[in-house]
Design a protein around this ligand. Structure first.
Ligand code: 5GP
Ligand code: ZN
Length: 137
């Protein structure tokens, strides 16, 4: 399914031009227009899925294989010093385009990407409670 109001549907399906570095039947990978660091790219499925909760299982497993392949390739070509692979779901989590995408962010010593969070502190009783709630057997 495509969403006629969605910019990533249009880019992924070639209706809007993009700086594409990879394309297959199911995905387009293109450079981010507001890069966190040099070479920042987005893996975007051609079908519309708003987020990870909606993403179809086969594509979900393929997306990380593709991320690994491209991370290796980009690291070799760009000579970056590290790599972030990240994905936001929901506005509160930082998602601004509501069509699933995986960020591929090459990292360089001294870059200003600033991808981090303020660490809290985990209390043992809270950890135990969360394990009880979240454990999947
Ligand atoms: P999010 O915040 O949803 O995880 O990431 C959206 C990303 O898409 C941002 O990094 C933003 O710079 C990028 N972006 C938004 N609109 C466009 C666009 O029209 N073209 C490209 N190439 N990137 C875009
Ligand atoms: Zn879309």
């Amino acid at each position: 399914m495509k969403d006629s109001t969605c910019i990533f549907c249009k880019i992924a399906n070639g209706e809007i031009p993009s700086s594409t570095i990879y394309e297959d039947e199911d995905f387009r990978v293109f450079l981010d227009l507001g890069p966190a660091a040099r070479g920042h790219a987005l893996i975007v499925p051609k079908e519309h899925y708003a987020n990870i909760y909606e993403l179809e299982d086969t594509l979900c497993s393929r997306v990380f294989l593709l991320a690994k392949k491209l991370a290796l390739h980009m690291t070799e070509v760009l000579h970056c010093d590290g790599f972030n692979i990240m994905q936001n779901n929901g506005a509160v989590a930082g998602q601004t385009v509501f069509h699933f995408h995986l960020h591929l962010i090459p990292r360089y010593e001294g870059d200003k990407a600033g991808i981090r969070w303020n660490p809290g502190s985990a209390k043992p009783e809270e950890l135990a409670k969360l394990v009880e709630m979240l454990r999947v057997d």
